[in-house]
Each structure stands twice: as C-alpha cells, then as structure tokens.
Design a protein around this ligand. Structure first.
Ligand code: PA5
Length: 461
C-alpha cells in the first residue's frame, strides 16, 4: 500500500521557524479532519457536489463495457490517437507513460504483444499535428476524441482536421476508426457522434476533468493498450477504504493535505513540488499541476469572500532535476514543500559493471543503478533537511496498475480535503471557462460576441 512519511516537515528535524509540530497539529485538527472526511463521503452521491469521482473505483459496469469494446477491436489497430486537452489528456498520458513498457511506441509489434502504440495530441501546434499525421497510417489508427464538455475549441478543431482527413483516406468506413468520449447529455461532440454513428463512451455527471482519469476518459485508452483496468479499480477500492478513515493518524491523504495547508497558512510556503524518482512517473507531476492549480486556485471562498487561495505546483524529476532545480530548492526562498515519490522495487535491477576500477569512477562498479537512484533521493532529502526545507516522501511498492491507481486517487482525495480546509469549492474552474468563452468570441462562435469589444480593447486591435 502507498506510504507517506511526513517526518521531515516536523520542527524537530527542520527547526521551529519552518517546521510544524505535527503531533500537536494532528491533535488540533483531528476533529475538523474527521468532519471533512465524513462530509465528503456523505456528499459524494449528491448531484451538483462534483464528487462522483469518489465512486469511480466501484464503476464495474463501465469497466465491463470498456473491456468488451477493447476485445472487439483487438488486433485491428496499430495506433491509438487520443485527442483531448487538460483533464481529458493528462491522466491518460501520466498513466500510460508509467505503466507501458518504456519507449512503447518504438517497440516492435512483437515486443508490444501486438498491442497498439498510443499518441496523445494535447495541444494545437500546427507543426506537431501535421508531423504526427505524417507518421500515422490513418487506416490503422483508432482516434479517441475526448472532451467532457463536447465543445472545447482545441480538441474539436483537432478532431475536425482528423475527421476530414480520415474520411478522405478511408471513405465511408472512417466511422469505424473513431470513438468519442463525452458527456451524456450536453455538448456538440455528443450530437455529432450520434449523427455520425461513432461509438460513444460517456463521462458520468459531476466529475471535473482533473478528477476524471478513472472514468471512461482514462479507462478506454488504458484498455486499448492492454492495461489491466480491473487492477486499477482494485487499487482504488483498497486505498479508498483507508482514505475513508476519519482518524488523521491513519489517513495519509488527510496528513498530506493538512501539512500543505499549514505550511501555507502558518509558514508562508505556497509552492508544492512533486518530484518522482522514476522517469516512468515523469508525467504524474504534469497531471498534479492541473489538479492543484484548478482545484485550489480560487478567488472566492464558500462564503463568497475574496480569498485568492492557491498553491503553486511545480514539477520536478529525480535525479535529473538535482542538476537543474535543486540549487533553488536548497538555497533559494524557503517557500516550498517538496514531495518525493520513491519506488521501492523497480522492474529492473541494473548492475553497473566493474570497469575503470583504478579511476575516480571505480567506486560505482559492482553497485546497481537502483542503489544509485536511492542514494540520490536520500542525499537530496538530507540536504534539504540540512537547509530547513520541508519534504514529504510517498513510497509506492512498484509501478503497476494497482499502485499507480492508489497514488493518483490519494492525490485526488487530498486535494478535496485541502479544498475543504481552505473552505473553497475545489471542483469548479471559472478561470478556465472564462478563457474558453473568450476563445469562442475571438473565433466567431454564435452567441459569444458579447465580449468582443472588451477583447479588442485589451488586445489592442
Ligand atoms: O479540469 C477541467 O475541467 C478542465 O481543465 C478540462 O479538463 C479541460 O478544459 C478540457 O475540457 P473538456 O474535457 O471539456 O474538453
């Protein structure tokens, strides 16, 4: 099971100025935390609370449909192309990068067990879209267009380019190469998919994009590339039981949330760094950046008061970023809480050969790259403690479906708890919607012209 070590945020390790009295704070906040956990679990089925993501670990029906579809199309496609942005892409990207064999798209068919490659187009750079289209054989590509709202300009414009090209390349059969993942009732993609006859997967109500990785948004691409989505669900179910525990001393999501909340409100540390020591986990910080930014960056609290809350998430990768950002983390402003993710067991044990014995690198021979990675993480942790910098360590047993699901789900739950501590709505994103509406206005969408004058005034045209 996922483990959290908060010790290096305590005043006994990093001093009173920057450290917390964890024992005392866990006592002070025990009731508040119990109330929050109880309340989240009581509200989770209530429409409008946007807490349906807490039920995704139990969504056996979706898993069944997704698996059925994956087995129907097995062997038909060489590539899966996911079109989506933000919450409709980041979870998929983070999980497939973690769980598929490294360099998956470069492996031969045999090495991939004849499972498809997977590509995510999560931006609208014309050169990279065009570049990818030159690489993919569209006849052998299944396009999964994912937009919960069904309207997002970036995703729908990519889709329009793809659909046009596919129709030209594949003739009438092109529909068999498209699946849509979107809302059940609203949105343009929903209507188009119905009219065109694409296979559709629905995203349940009351789930924001950044909490949607375990809905059909993530599960469909995962199953298509052969990931075990039953194990994903099992991982969530098992950790969910632990995260329902109302005792903060037994609940790592509550501890993670409280430490960050207190480090912000008592110690002025508003930056949260997520630093996995594993290249396979390198996109998890990207996903975390969205989760934290959109959930906690809010102007108003639940009483309608102006609070401008938020933590600034920063992504880092161990050991690489020891040679880029660590100088700043160690000696720059002491305004960050750094969370390491440690993997207890890598799939590979890679020995460093005993060569160059009589040189300055001879000491490395006979050790393993695994030992070195652990020594790197330990050294960083100690040097940060020496400099009174708070760090947390999350340890996962190994990188597989079960444990990765637990890691992401725990980070979602802690985000919900910290939102409650700030007394904000962690599940809306008015700042994102505002820009979406401005894009619609600038691109001439009917009904959105009200802001055109304002836009022109500020842009200066
Ligand atoms: O978290 C969110 O809701 C957003 O960031 C969305 O994920 C993002 O804007 C994409 O939206 P959609 O899935 O509706 O295309």
């Amino acid at each position: 099971m996922l483990k959290l070590d908060c010790k290096n945020t305590d005043y006994r390790i990093i001093g009173e100025k920057h450290g917390l009295n964890l024992d005392e704070e866990f006592n002070n906040y025990s009731e508040r935390i119990s109330d929050i956990i109880r309340s989240l679990n009581q509200r989770k089925d209530k429409p409008g609370e946007n807490l349906q993501w807490m039920n995704l670990g139990y969504n056996e029906e979706t898993v069944w449909y997704v698996k059925e579809f994956a087995s129907m199309v097995e062997g038909r496609f060489e590539n899966i192309l996911v079109l989506g942005i933000g919450g409709s892409a980041l979870g998929g990207l983070a999980v497939t990068e973690a769980l598929l064999k490294p360099y998956w798209n470069f492996l031969t068919d045999e090495q991939r067990n004849n499972l498809p490659r997977i590509f995510f187009l999560d931006n609208i750079d014309p050169d990279s879209i065009n570049g990818l289209l030159e690489v993919l054989d569209l006849k052998k590509t299944l396009v999964n267009v994912i937009t919960k709202s069904g309207d997002t300009a970036e995703t729908m414009s990519q889709f329009m380019v793809l659909k046009d090209l596919m129709e030209k390349t594949l003739g009438d059969d092109y529909r068999r190469n498209i699946i849509a993942t979107t809302d059940k009732k609203m949105g343009i993609l929903r209507q188009l998919a119905d009219q065109e006859g694409y296979k559709i997967f629905y995203v349940p109500d009351d789930i924001g994009g950044r909490f949607s990785v375990f809905s059909s948004i993530g599960l469909v691409p995962f199953a298509l590339v052969g990931l075990d989505i039953d194990k994903i669900l099992q991982g969530i179910k098992d950790i969910d039981l632990e995260l329902k525990n109302t005792d903060i001393r037994q609940n790592i999501a509550a501890q993670y949330a409280l430490v960050h909340y207190l480090m912000d409100t008592q110690k002025g540390k508003k930056t949260t760094v997520l630093m996995p020591y594993s290249s396979r986990l390198k996109y998890i910080p990207d996903w975390y950046v969205q989760l934290i930014s959109e959930s906690l960056g809010k102007r108003l609290n639940r009483n309608g008061e102006n609070v401008n809350t938020g933590l600034t998430p920063l992504k880092a990768l161990g050991a690489t970023d020891q040679h880029t950002q660590l100088q700043l983390f160690n000696e720059g402003p002491n305004d960050k809480v750094i969370t390491f993710i440690r993997v207890n067991n890598f799939d590979t044990n890679l020995e460093i050969p005993k060569i160059f014995e009589y040189t300055g690198v001879g000491y490395l021979g006979g050790k393993t790259i695994n030992d070195l990675m652990n020594a790197e993480a330990d050294s960083t942790k100690v040097s940060l403690a020496d400099n009174q910098r708070p760090t947390l360590t999350l340890s996962i047993e190994k990188i597989d479906e079960y444990h990765i699901a637990q890691l992401l789900y725990m980070l979602e739950v802690q985000t919900a708890i910290i939102g409650e501590l700030y007394n904000i709505n962690a599940f809306d994103q008015p700042g994102v919607e505002q820009v979406k509406n401005y894009i619609y206005a600038l691109m001439g969408r009917a009904g959105y012209d009200g802001s055109v004058n304002h836009l022109q005034e500020i842009i200066g045209v």
